[in-house]
Design a protein around this ligand. Sequence first.
Ligand code: 13P
Length: 262
Amino acid sequence: MEGRRPLIAGNWKMFKTVPEAVSFVQELKQAAAGFKGVEVAVCPPFTALVPVAAALRGTEIAAGAQDVHWEDRGAFTGEISPVMLKDAGCRYVIIGHSERRQYFGETNELVNRKIKAVLPHGLVPVMCVGERLAEREAGVTRQVVHDQTVAGLAGLTPEQVAGLVIAYEPVWAIGTGKTASEEDAQQVIGYIRAVVRDLYGSEAAGRVRIQYGGSVKPGNTAGLMAMPDIDGALVGGASLEVDSFLGIIKAAAGGRAGSPGA
Ligand code: 13P
């Protein structure tokens, strides 16, 4: 796995008030101290970002946002800029989640624009790709993730691509309890890495981290993480309780036995 440190990130979606979010991270930072083989991040709703990032300061757990606007500032009512995310203490930002694509009309071009907007601020994009059920059934999974990857990363340098995170989240596996099999997830993620290799070279392909997301639970984490191209998980439902999120972190750290701190 060429030294890639897996990233276990919790996407809280539209859940948790500020007190709930802060008490979660207070508990998590005690419990998760010492799992050196994996990196951990939580992505709260915007309202909880500042207190969560403040509570995590000095720990190895990072804060991330779930979306971002592509301009640094301006008359864009209701939006949050990369400058504001940096200011709030974010390291990561999820871009192009399937729920944004499905309910808010986000396109590959918009995803690309947002990725380009956050990189100059030192934020790490977590670019989501993944096919819908009808696309999987039609046998076009590779075509869909290919097009999302190519368009989403267009115009980036190999160095920029090497530093980012891609999350493969098959839409039919999100919140449904249906996980892609380890082999299926590995196949698609290996394919995404090959697409990156074709476009940006082996160095970038060897360094870019590619997560799996979609009904990840403590019980299915180790198997997924044992796959050679899967570098962590983007977790929805199971990231909302400390116990289950911690179970995933532990399982992922165990799956990378022999590489503590790598
Ligand atoms: P679930 O883990 O609830 O399936 O959600 C996955 C997801 O959308 C993470 O971004």
